[in-house]
Design a protein around this ligand. Structure first.
Ligand code: HEM
Length: 391
């Protein structure tokens, strides 16, 4: 019950999120446009300040993603990267991420005899978890609950995803623990993954000026100079979509997916997998195996328009099992419907407005990887110089 309720709540949150995102980008006056638009303006202002020398855009992109997600989840937003709530939330989340990416608890899973040595690490995790959940509970869950319970508030007017989640809790469909788990999870599963992917995509388009020109040319040919890039126009921009797919292929942010466990004994490729095994899928290798892909080490979006044109980032339907950046099946990523449009919108809008190049004196951005237990992100946050393109 708990698992399916969680899934339902997430599906609700994700659908609502997509609905809002769609509305935001399609209908300019809709208030939900504000966080994304303001965030893009903020990015533009930030990059405007660093035209020649280049800027580390990560922090601004991070603010934008927090504002998109928090607006959809809680009807809340952060004013700037110095907003004390933003500082607090990102501090908690990055500490959580750092501990989760540590290999410490993994060795305890595989070599149980070593578990006693993990006591210090586990205490740190517990302490952080308590403080972090209290922060989200007080500032986002309880605050929202109060708004919903305020006399005079229209109870039928559900405004953001947490309203739907609290309504599901009230009707007994999910528990208070489910609610707080969803809130904590959205901070990591939704924001960090999408942020890492944007960082990779921008670094690759900077390092491949020909790809950047092609994206810009496609946008100009399809949308002209004035028509905005919206969620509905992404389907008309196959090259932009191929750039996003190629980014996720070469730099899968969750290269081993999330560990799964088989409830029944299974047989796979001649091996018997005992019931209750921890199953880790190397999705990165499936997407980068030279026996399965032509020159997999090269960043080449064209492959998705040529020999791999039928391969999509999908979690169901016609799945190509070589390309699973969001996993597949029942426990796959429900955020795919949100992540793909966000990535295409951000990369498309930035490429359309700016020529992005390495900072002076640098030939190529460093795309070295830093792996954690579950993640693969860029080791050094890119410094990018932005040259505005006049229409
Ligand atoms: C580029 C961005 C993203 C990538 C690459 C990504 C990737 C993944 C992967 C690989 C999994 C594990 C699937 C498996 O083990 O089979 C996952 C799970 C999950 N993702 Fe994402 N994700 C992204 C964005 C998002 C967003 C935007 C949201 C929410 C709005 C989200 C919510 C979740 C949740 C809730 C789960 C756990 C599902 C479950 O356990 O049933 N993700 N994601």
């Amino acid at each position: 019950m708990a698992v399916s309720a969680r899934r339902v709540a997430f599906a609700t949150a994700a659908s609502l999120a997509v609905y809002w995102l769609l509305k935001s980008f399609l209908h300019a006056p809709h208030p939900a446009l504000l966080p994304a638009a303001a965030a893009l303006v903020a990015v533009a202002i930030a990059v405007g300040a660093g035209l020649g020398a280049g800027v580390v855009v990560r922090r601004r992109l991070q603010l934008m993603l927090y504002n998109i997600m928090y607006r959809m989840m809680f009807d809340a937003r952060f004013e700037s990267v110095d907003d004390p709530m933003f500082v607090e939330a990102t501090k908690f989340n990055s500490e959580r991420s750092r501990l989760a990416q540590s290999f410490d608890y993994n060795y305890g899973d595989f070599i149980p005899i070593l578990r006693p040595f993990l006591r210090g690490y586990l205490n740190k995790c517990r302490d952080l978890q308590t403080r972090r959940l209290a922060f989200f509970n007080a500032n986002y869950v309880e605050k929202r609950r109060k708004v919903m319970e305020t006399p005079g508030e229209d109870k039928n007017k559900l405004r953001c995803a947490i309203d739907h989640i609290l309504a599901a809790e009230k009707s007994g469909e999910i528990t208070p623990e489910n609610v707080i788990y969803i809130v904590e999870n959205i901070n990591v599963a939704a924001i960090e993954t999408t942020l890492w992917s944007i960082e990779w995509a921008l670094a690759e388009v900077v390092n491949h000026p020909d790809v950047q020109r092609k994206v810009r040319g496609e946008i100009r040919d399809v949308l002209g100079d004035d028509e905005p890039i919206t969620e509905s126009s992404i389907s008309k921009l196959p090259y932009l979509q191929a750039v996003i797919k190629e980014t996720l292929r070469l730099h899968s942010p969750i290269p081993l997916l999330v560990p799964h466990m088989n409830l029944e004994e299974a047989s796979l490729g001649g091996y018997t997998i005992p019931k209750g095994s921890k199953v880790v899928v190397n999705a990165w290798w499936l997407a980068n195996n030279p026996e399965l892909w032509e020159k997999p080490e090269e960043f080449c979006p064209e492959r998705f328009l040529g020999e791999e044109s039928n391969v999509d980032a999908t979690v169901g339907g016609k799945v190509d099992f070589r390309f699973l950046p969001f996993g597949v099946g029942r426990r796959s990523c429900p955020g795919i419907i949100l992540a793909l449009p966000i990535l295409a919108l951000i990369v498309g809008k930035l490429v359309r407005s700016f020529e992005m190049v390495p900072p002076p004196g640098v030939d190529k951005l460093d795309v070295s990887e830093k792996g954690g237990q579950f993640s693969l992100h860029i080791a050094n946050h890119s410094v990018v110089a932005f040259h505005p393109i006049s229409a």
